[in-house]
Design a protein around this ligand. Structure first.
Ligand SMILES: Nc1ncnc2c1ncn2[C@@H]1O[C@H](COP(=O)(O)OP(=O)(O)OP(=O)(O)O)[C@@H](O)[C@H]1O
Length: 259
């Protein structure tokens, strides 16, 4: 199966420092890919390169097997993706208007916009907020609007950078449950940067661990969590202390150490 996006020998440099050095990386159709790693590892930068928001310093980006010239995707290609960040960045106007933005920009006919916004308001359980000023929402409500705004354009890939991390625990759990159901129903491909192992475990089916700008381990999420390699175990073991059930309480360090 051809990946949707593929990186080959990609580096990203800033201020004479190599931030990312990634020989190969793939995003496959239909997967929910997690990207996890310590602070400053390069997760957000990788997400920006994959979503064409940042241009790599060297290497190649392929979209459906075709090289994207200079890693600089045309607007037509960038519009196939959506990005949702930790801060919901909602604009002055109603919730309805905020969710409609992507369709308005694409000059979608008004009756269709109305129909689609109603559909996504319902899916995210925020129909009652449609006429509310988007700048006066709670954190959980604002993030629901943010995700509905990203999903309404039916992106080929949804890129998420810590969208749940500012939410209190009960709000996060409720939103993650709804979000997971929506992602499964729509079969949307997603790439999800998170610090939080619980979020990664709950949502993703494949996981890449980034340390110091390099991909140190990739694989099915449960496998990576249960069997970290020599490069990822010190990072994952920190989590294991607090969430033994997620990483496998019987996780066998001795086994990994022995190879
Ligand atoms: N434009 C830039 N100029 C200089 N340094 C940069 C630039 N962009 C990123 N960096 C540095 O690259 C490193 C990786 O940053 P990035 O935000 O991608 O990491 P991260 O893994 O997402 O971090 P966190 O988990 O703390 O959000 C950091 O040390 C950051 O300071």
């Amino acid at each position: 199966m051809n990946p949707l996006i593929e990186l080959k020998n990609m580096t990203y440099q800033a201020q004479q420092k190599t931030i990312l050095d990634i020989p190969s990386f793939e995003i496959y159709n239909g997967e929910f890919l997690g990207i996890m790693g310590p602070n400053g590892a390069g997760k957000s930068t990788l997400l920006k390169v994959l979503s064409f928001l940042e241009k790599p310093s060297s290497g190649e980006i392929l979209y459906r097997g075709q090289t994207v010239l200079n890693g600089q995707a045309p607007m037509e290609l960038r519009r196939r993706f959506s990005v949702a960040l930790q801060q919901s960045l909602l604009l002055e106007g109603t919730v309805f208007q905020n969710i409609a933005i992507g369709l308005t920009l694409r000059k979608t006919p008004k009756p269709m916009i109305k129909e689609k916004v109603a559909h996504w308001l319902e899916l995210f359980d925020i129909s009652h907020l449609a006429k509310k000023n988007a700048l006066y929402l709670s954190g959980g409500e604002a993030q629901r609007v943010n995700l509905a705004r990203a999903m309404i354009v039916e992106p080929e890939i949804l890129f998420l950078d810590e969208p749940f991390s500012a939410l209190d625990f009960p709000t996060k759990i409720r939103l993650m449950e709804d979000f997971k159901r929506i992602m499964e129903e729509t079969r949307t491909t997603a790439v999800f940067v998170s610090h939080d192992l619980m979020e990664i475990h709950y949502l993703t089916n494949r996981l890449s661990i980034i340390v110091n700008g390099q991909v140190k381990q990739s694989g099915p999420t449960p496998l990576v969590l249960e069997h970290p390699n020599a490069s990822t175990q010190s990072f994952l073991n920190e989590w294991k202390k607090f969430l033994p059930a997620l990483t496998g309480s019987s996780f066998k360090e001795e086994k990994v150490l022995k190879g």
